[in-house]
Design a protein around this ligand. Structure first.
Ligand SMILES: [Zn+2]
Length: 434
């Protein structure tokens, strides 16, 4: 683990957490006492974030800090209400040691996922347990003002629910479907919403007075998986968000990789299809034209058009619904062959892109989430088969494809993680309890 107490210069790798406006612009900073203490506080929190309760002695072993320092840091984190003492560890056989753990009631967080045709809102506690949630469907054709007002109304509802609990609100995290300037809090461009240069952080802060953080959706979801999900122990993984588009959050060497211009991860627009189907980005043959939710629906439609026997028509009539992912999921569950065939073909198309990612990045894990996560159980087998066919065998053995444990809520959990990670990085931003 990190032994940072002794160094006077803090390497960049320790500082490159999602900064969200926190000043960490320099490659290297001199480690004055306050900064060193803050980093050590952060290190203790991160150890506890891995999930298990730990004694002060165990924390000293993990961090390389001495026991007196760990005790002083623990006292400060207890004073700020971020951790608490819980039970005794008598596993060593000696005098039982008091265990420390994150305090779920250290504070609450509002997470907002602005999707292309919905807004998802949750109120969660400090360890990511959901207290309240609501989903608002939106029409992408609605004006920007209308859609932002929906989001502000949901934030107001979440705030009201938080106030009922009397627990402090730590912040609001917002994920956006497009390119985001996280430092300035601006949505630079969303191809699917056709929004340009929207100062969302400022708009939300002006409305609420609550610290607000914004991030690209796939990046946020990757942070969510690392903070609360299947990738908590992983330093090299890729979160793949598959829905209307395909995007990825690259978590490499223990941190988010953003690229030179902050827009790394637009994997959906790599060329992968000889049929050269037109893509929404204006180019042709992009991966997402064969692996997104629309391509699945098209495949199912094509099978319906040639008169394949299926329960889909019956399900759509009974539920008075168009062909949706939910209807396809129900049909697949009932063993509908047409649906399963379309899912297998879509899984193969997705697997091809994943094989490329594995060959390039050699990740420990590819985590799949987004709207298509709903169908993950049916997609995983064809994905895995295609991955096995197209990756180098040595790399393949080191990588596994898994489903996000949060399914379609992976991104909104990422919104919550934005705030939690800001607190974890700078625990001093949280006030001491009275
Ligand atoms: Zn494209």
């Amino acid at each position: 683990m990190l032994n940072i107490q002794k160094s006077t210069t803090i390497p960049n790798s320790l500082l490159h957490q999602p900064t969200n406006g926190i000043d960490m612009k320099h490659e290297y900073r001199t480690g004055d006492q306050t900064l060193v203490r803050e980093i050590n506080l952060s290190t203790i929190l991160r150890c506890l974030q891995a999930g298990t309760a730990l004694s002060r002695a165990k924390l000293a072993t993990l961090t390389g800090l001495n026991k007196t320092t760990v005790s002083s840091l623990a006292d400060e984190l207890i004073g700020r209400g971020l951790i608490y003492e819980t039970g005794l560890d008598d596993s060593s056989g000696g005098r039982p040691a008091t265990l420390l753990t994150l305090n779920p009631n250290a504070g609450q967080v509002i997470g907002i996922e602005l999707g292309v045709d919905f807004i998802s809102a949750i109120l969660a506690d400090f360890i990511g347990q959901i207290i309240w949630r609501e989903l608002q469907e939106i029409d992408p054709a609605d004006s920007q003002e209308t859609i932002i007002n929906y989001a502000l109304t949901l934030i107001d509802k979440a705030t009201a629910n938080s106030q009922l609990t009397n627990i402090r609100l730590l912040g609001i995290g917002v994920t956006l479907p497009g390119m985001v300037d996280t430092e300035k809090g601006i949505l630079l461009f969303s191809p699917n919403l056709q929004w340009h240069n929207v100062k969302l952080q400022q708009i939300i802060y002006n409305h609420t007075g609550i610290p607000t953080f914004v991030e690209n959706d796939a990046n946020a979801a990757a942070l969510g998986e690392h903070t609360f999900g299947v990738a908590r122990q992983s330093r090299n993984f890729i979160f793949l968000s598959i829905g209307v588009g395909i995007g990825c959050g690259l978590f490499l060497n223990g941190d988010l990789y953003r690229g030179a211009g902050n827009i790394a991860g637009e994997i959906g627009h790599t060329h992968m299809d000889d049929s050269n189907r037109p893509c929404r980005c204006g180019k042709r043959g992009c991966w997402e034209t064969t692996g997104n939710q629309y391509s699945l629906i098209e495949r199912v439609r094509a099978l319906l058009d040639i008169g394949r026997a299926t329960v889909l028509n019956q399900l759509m009539t009974e539920q008075n619904s168009p062909l949706t992912l939910a209807i396809i999921a129900q049909a697949a569950e009932a063993g509908d062959e047409a649906s399963l065939e379309a899912l297998a073909d879509t899984g193969s198309a997705i697997g091809l892109g994943i094989a490329n990612l594995i060959n390039i990045f050699n990740p420990e894990m590819i985590v799949i989430g987004g709207a298509m996560g709903l169908l993950g159980d049916y997609l995983l087998a064809p994905i895995t088969q295609t991955v096995q066919k197209h990756t180098l065998s040595q790399i393949q053995q080191q990588s596994q494809v898994v489903l996000s444990q949060f399914g379609p809520t992976a991104t909104v959990m990422g919104a919550v993680a934005l705030v939690i990670r800001a607190v974890m990085t700078q625990p001093n931003r949280v006030e001491r309890m009275a």
